[in-house]
Structure formats: C-alpha cells, structure tokens
Design a protein around this ligand. Structure first.
Ligand SMILES: [Zn+2]
Length: 551
C-alpha cells in the first residue's frame, strides 16, 4: 500500500521530463521520492566502486554477567582496504602470520562460527546490486528528524523471487537530495550454515548531495548456531574512512606545495652551513616526515587538526613545568585505528583514536603522553633507516609489516620512571588517581580484550592480563569499583572523537554529560550503538556528478 505525501513544494506543471535534469525540485508523490532515493543510492554505489576506503571491524563477544547483564569475553579485529569494484572484497592490513585475517574463529570447537570481514563491510551498503523497485517493496512509515536532518522513514522488503541476500528493514531518506542517511535491518534468506547479522548503518554528509558510509553497528543477543545447540552473543562496529585516495591527495599536495614554497625557506641564517649535530637532526627529521607522510597517505594517520591542538597543549604543559628544552618541538598526531596504543616517530607522539576515546580525563591523557615524551627526551630515537626514501615506498596494505615502532623493555622502564617524574611536577600532579584508575580498568579488562590492547605499530601497554605501562600510577590509585556509577575509570569506544570519513579529519565530539542510571551504562572500552546528530555540511565540496565525471 502506497501513500501520497504532502510536500511543502509542489512542481506539478514541471512534468516528468524535468526529473532527468535532476534539479532541486521536490517529488510530488511517494513513488517519485522513492525513485529519487533509489537513483541516489545507485549513484553512491557507483562512487564507492571507484574508491578504496579503509574498513575497520571490531567485534566483542559477550557472555552473561550478574552485575551488568552481559560483558565482553573476547574480541576480534580486522583492518583492511575495501574494494567494491567487483562485489565486496577486502585487502587486509594485518599480516597473515599475526592473525587469522580471512575469518575470525570464535570457538575452536567442532561447531565453530566464523566472522567474515567482508560480511561486516557489506553492512555499509543496502544492496550491492539491484536496489530498485523491481526487487523491493517500499512502505512509508513516518517523518522524523535525525539531528538537524529531516527524513522520511520507509520500510523496505524484498519482493517474492527477488533472490537471496536482499535487504529487509527500514531506511531513512533525507528530504533535500533524497539520499539514504541511515538504514537498519538485516539481509534475507541466508544460505544453509550461514547467517546474516542485524545491523544499523549510518552515513554522514561529506558535501553537497553526498552522503557517505560512516559507521555500522551490529549486535546479536542469542543467534542460534550449530543446530541450535550454541548461541552467539556479540556486538560489533564497522567504521569506514579514507575515501580520498592517495592519488587525489598527492595531486592536491602538489598544488599546495607550489603555493606554499616561499614560506618554507628560512632566510634568517642564509650563510650558515649545517653543523654535524644539525645534519643528524635534519636526517632524523627527514625519516620522521617520511614515516608520517606514508601513514597519512595510507589513510591511517589523521591530518593534523583541532584534536592535535588539544594534545599539543597537554604535551606543552608537561614540557613547560618540567623545564624541558627539546628541539625540534614535540608535536602530536592521531592514528585512526581502534587498538589502544601510542608510539613516537622522531619528535612526533602518535596516539590511537581508540586510546584517546577511552581516556576519562586530561590527567589520564597527560599520563599517556608523558610516557612518549619521556622516550623523546631520553633520546630514544626510532631507527633512522626511514630517512632512505625507498623504505617508505610500498603498497598501502603492507604498512603494518613495514612500520614497527616497538621499544625494548629497558627503554619502556626508563620512560615509565621518567614520565612519573614529569607528572609529579606538572599541573596534573593532584589528579593522577584518575590515570591510575584508567590503567587498573584496562588491566582488569585486558584478559577479555586481547585484540584491543594488541598494538598495530607500537609497544604493548601490558603483558598477558596486566598493564605494565605507567604501572606506578596504579599503586596509588583508589580501588576499582566497577558497579558504582560515581566512578568512571574508562569510557566506551567512540566517546570523544568523530571522524569525517571523506577527509580523515578528526574532531572532538560535543557531548552533554549524562548522569548514569546504572553501572551497566558505564561500558568501559566497549562498543556502543551509534546514534548520530546528523547535519548538512556547509563546506563547499564536489557534487556527486562532478565526482563521477572525474573517474
Ligand atoms: Zn614506550
């Protein structure tokens, strides 16, 4: 049953021929609106086919718990480049020797279940082929605001005979360009022995008329498998970013370089030659820039922005109060991946988005950054081999194999000791309890979240089931009280930052503090459902047509 919508703008006289020109006129019936949405969806699919974004899936398997209902028991991680040119395929960043990348084995029992990374990536699309009126029925439900964006809510179900793997659920269509901005449900009619999970998938506005996949949340509370003998309980998030390809980036970098060049040259000491010390520093700086540039090109490092300014301020507070004189200046960057880690490359401290997200306050952040600052101040440089440019020329997917910034145990111990000294002289000295609590919480969870604490690039924050990073802070911290709402030791994943998937630009979220009803809502280090405040971007960007024309 179809219903005609009452719309604020009516272009009855315009006639059907105008639709082909795709102007800004509003559709005057539900069917026309659906036609627009289907056309936009297929346009997006066409764009996606030309892109090679990064896809990250993180899964937490849950088990029952007396205090919280359910808690993570173990976890799984996948990071790869997504290729939609021919169905959904993924090229893994994670070297095969390190992990089971093709599929995640949850149980080693006779009836095992495997998570397929490709399956999670699929959840970013409604239907890879054939999202149209021929295969689907559409039913209007209601109108609803998602943040600032007005949407039509529509139920979608596959027609009889539309085949297996069709989407069934609900879509939200924004009312300016008629793009799908959210969809939730599952795929229908899985093959025997396979399952389709339930998911809630969100998109964000990346430019005029362009809504790109952003994040997808999936959960099952009791999916029976192995002839119904076992039940699967998990929650998972799939994030996608890095739509701007490295080729597009170097093109714009080249243009910027030509403009920026005069300001790069420092004319103040024209006559001076490099001293041996300056040569060494310049050499190390070059290695550092090579590494950071390569990570950014692989869409793993966020371009420096507002988040890095916040981090730089904290580092600066430590430097100033400890009278440190470090040249070149220490700066910070963020890698966009979830596993909790920090590392430093030359004089740049790098922190992962996952770690940043879960830190409860500035003092805890200071403790984490102080450790890397200590490595730098102690002169513990990374290998200068990256100053040879050939070492940064490789395929994106080999990044994790090529770049390792692990440190020796002796260096770790020295940095921990020095960092505690820094903190004691810093403005954070009276707030270190919270930092210690964070590390205690991480220690308590580390056994159940082995993949969250397994670094992709840097040194481990702990071994087995205890945290060794800045362990001295744990000794003086109060007792961990997981069941009390007053004590927040660590935040859920995604609590602090949000990402523009088109530009890789990270920003701090603007969230109101919400009093917790129960300890169940604390969710330290956990995956949470997504609910975005959607908005239209005001920044000028390419339209979808321009984007297509370029390909
Ligand atoms: Zn370290």
């Amino acid at each position: 049953m179809k219903r005609t919508l009452t719309l604020s703008l009516m272009f009855i006289a315009a006639g059907a021929s105008l639709w082909a020109q795709k102007a800004t006129e509003a559709p005057d019936s539900f069917d026309q609106m659906i036609d627009r949405a289907v056309a936009q969806e297929n346009l997006l699919l066409k764009i996606m086919r030309g892109e090679r974004p990064v896809a990250e899936t993180y899964i937490q398997d849950l088990g029952p718990d007396a205090d919280f209902g359910s808690v993570p028991k173990t976890d799984h991680y996948f990071l790869g480049k997504l290729n939609l040119s021919n169905g959904v395929t993924t090229a893994s960043f994670i070297p095969k020797s390190n992990s089971k990348t093709r599929a995640f084995d949850v149980f080693t029992h006779l009836f095992s279940i495997q998570y397929v990374p490709r399956g999670f990536a699929q959840m970013l699309l409604i239907d890879g082929a054939g999202f149209d009126r021929k295969n689907y029925d559409f039913d209007f439900v209601k109108r609803e605001f998602l943040g600032d964006v007005r949407t039509y809510v529509v139920n979608v179900s596959p027609k009889k005979g539309a085949g297996a793997g069709r989407f069934v659920g609900r879509i939200w269509i924004e009312d300016r360009g008629f793009n799908v901005v959210r969809f939730n449900g599952t795929y229908s009619r899985p093959k025997a022995g396979e399952f389709y999970m339930h998911f809630d998938s969100w998109r964000v506005n990346a430019g005029p008329d362009l809504w790109v996949p952003f994040e997808s949340y999936s959960e099952e509370s009791a999916l029976p498998y192995a002839f119904g003998v076992r039940k699967l309980r998990y929650k998972a998030m799939t994030r996608i970013w890095g739509f701007t390809t490295s080729a597009e980036r170097s093109e714009s970098e080249f243009t910027n370089l030509t403009i920026d060049l005069p300001s790069v040259k420092d004319s103040s000491d024209d006559a001076a030659d490099y001293s041996p010390v300056e040569s060494l520093r310049a050499w190390e700086r070059e290695g550092e820039e090579n590494v950071l540039g390569r990570l950014e090109k692989a869409n793993l490092l966020a371009p420096a922005g507002e988040v890095e300014k916040v981090l730089d301020t904290v580092v600066n507070n430590l430097i100033v109060t400890n009278d440190l004189n470090i040249t070149p200046e220490v700066t910070t960057r963020v890698i966009l991946t979830t596993p909790l880690e920090t590392f430093s490359v030359g004089h740049t401290i790098v922190i992962s988005r996952g770690l940043l997200d879960t830190l409860p306050d500035e003092a805890a952040l200071a403790a984490i950054l102080a450790h890397e600052l200590a490595h730098i101040a102690l002169g513990q440089q990374i290998d200068t081999k990256y100053a040879f440019s050939d070492r940064v020329i490789f395929d994106d997917k080999d990044t994790l194999q090529k770049f390792r910034f692990e440190r020796s145990e002796a260096e770790e111990d020295a940095a921990n000791a020095r960092a505690v000294e820094y903190l004691q002289k810093s403005p954070y000295k009276d707030k270190l309890n919270q930092a210690g609590l964070y590390l205690k919480a991480l220690s308590a969870e580390s056994e159940h979240l082995p993949n969250l604490i397994k670094p992709l690039f840097g040194s481990k924050m702990g071994t087995g089931n205890s945290v060794t990073r800045m362990a001295a802070l744990m000794e003086r911290a109060p007792q961990l009280q997981t069941t009390r709402t007053e004590q927040i030791a660590a935040l859920p994943l995604g609590a602090r930052t949000t990402l523009d998937p088109w530009t890789d630009q990270l920003r701090m979220t603007k969230m109101r503090p919400v009093p917790l009803l129960s300890a169940r809502e604390k969710m330290p280090f956990e995956i949470t459902p997504i609910f975005l405040h959607l908005r239209y971007e005001s920044t000028p960007e390419q339209t979808t047509e321009q984007k297509i024309a370029q390909q």
